[in-house]
Design a binder for this molecule. Structure first.
Ligand code: NAP
Length: 386
């Protein structure tokens, strides 16, 4: 039997797959979008090289991973009847991490998040009815809390249907949680809501840059349109990955919903800029919160322009509500479950920014080694297990 994981080629998904392969013995069923087995394997190598060198990756994927080449937006993931049947029969728990984080596209969010999650729920239903499902873990987001200001939000008070949401991403993720609860009442379920996932507290490398780029833009400004004592809830990917994997694998986690966040321990903008100035030797910015509105209006205007400036502005436009809300998410449940708190962003922000700037906000991915061709061809010829 195996754990079905979606989103393995994504940033957070790579932490989940690496954590499961390193710390546990389960086999994994991975949903990967690709036109061929080799392309699927190469796409996994692109995401998992953050965690493994090639020989270890190859060994792990060859012995413990079964790839299902499919898409969340196709009925039964677009798998053949035989493949879908094999997936149902061999799945004994599910971690659904894949999503569209495209806050600007309602269409993408509807298709990937709503229709896609419904497909995963239907798979869960079939596996539950056939052999029973040990756990269904759904990776959500703290953004389901909707419009907030100056709050500490707890897991149970987060969803409020009377509240507006900042974007289609938040709205669709909120409804996904609802579908899981309504359609899988008899399955042990866990909802994970990460805050802003940014970097890794153990190393500088990252393969996800959108939020880093937004921070870089802010870090370069001599005057910040923010309130210096506002808190920003940032959590490193290694903590998020570890929390989801450990709780998913527990027989009886204490709760059904977990914020994976910095909580009341989140740092203020002032603490972050002081620390960056100290480590990087730069100047401390001036804070002028009164500029918040004109800044946001300028960003909205620039977001319609092309080039690097337009791209940076469009990122800032979608993230701005989450930078300006001074809201954090109580993390006492996850801290109690893991026995540890996430690292403070200031402890690893500088190396993360340095790495990202040096690589122009692109991960310097290593290609599939040419020497691996023969071994990989042998495995493809050998059958379904990749
Ligand atoms: N990153 C954050 O700051 C953050 C914060 C809170 C919550 N989250 C949640 O964490 C989860 C993972 O986010 P992430 O940051 O890892 O995102 P990501 O890097 O963009 O990865 C998204 C993953 O979803 C897959 N996917 C998208 N559309 C698909 C489709 N139609 N069929 C199959 N797979 C599809 C992608 O596959 P391809 O590689 O084929 O595109 C990729 O593997 C999401 O549920 C997100 O809502 C993230």
């Amino acid at each position: 039997m195996a754990i079905f994981v979606t989103g393995a080629t994504g940033y957070l998904g790579s932490y989940l797959v690496a954590g499961l392969l390193r710390e546990y013995r389960d086999s994994l069923n991975l949903l990967v979008r690709a036109n061929s087995e080799q392309e699927a394997r190469e796409r996994l190598w692109q995401s998992l090289q953050l965690h493994f060198d090639f020989p270890e990756f190859f060994e792990q994927v060859s012995s413990r991973v079964r790839i299902f080449r499919g898409d969340l937006t196709s009925g039964r993931f677009g798998l053949s009847e035989g493949e879908y049947g094999a997936l149902v029969e061999s799945t004994d728990s599910i971690i659904h991490s894949a999503a569209s984080l495209n806050r600007k596209s309602e269409k993408q969010c509807l298709n990937v998040n709503l229709r896609g999650s419904l497909e995963v729920i239907q798979l869960a239903r079939r596996a539950q009815d056939r052999q029973g499902l040990r756990r269904y873990s759904h990776v959500s987001t703290v953004a389901v809390a909707g419009h907030r200001r100056n709050e500490v939000v707890s897991e149970e008070t987060s969803i409020d249907w009377a509240r507006s949401d900042y974007d289609p991403y938040a709205r669709t993720k909120k409804f996904c949680e609802h579908m899981v609860a309504q359609l899988l009442p008899d399955v042990p379920r866990t909802i994970f809501r990460p805050a802003i996932v940014l970097g890794d507290s153990r190393r500088a490398e990252t393969s996800q840059f959108d939020m880093v780029q937004a921070f870089d833009m802010l870090a370069r400004l001599p005057v910040l349109p923010l309130r210096p004592h506002d808190k920003i809830d940032i959590v490193p990917a290694d903590f998020v990955g570890k929390a989801i994997v450990i709780i998913h694998q527990k027989e009886r986690p204490a709760h059904g919903i977990y914020h994976i966040s910095a909580g009341v321990g989140a740092q203020t903008y002032q603490e972050l800029t002081d620390s960056l100035a100290q480590v990087g030797g730069g100047r401390r910015p001036l804070y002028m919160p009164a500029l918040g509105r004109p800044f946001s209006a300028t960003v909205n205007w620039l977001a319609h322009r092309g080039g690097a400036v337009g791209y940076g502005a469009s990122l800032m436009k979608v993230f701005w509500p989450y930078l300006d809300w001074n809201t954090v998410f109580d993390n006492s449940r996850v801290v109690a479950e893991l026995g540890e708190s996430p690292a403070k962003f200031s402890s690893y922000a500088y190396p993360l920014l340095k790495f990202s700037r040096a690589n122009k906000f692109r991960y310097p991915a290593k290609p599939w080694p040419s020497s691996a061709g023969a071994a990989s061809a042998k495995i493809v010829a050998g059958g379904a297990r990749a």
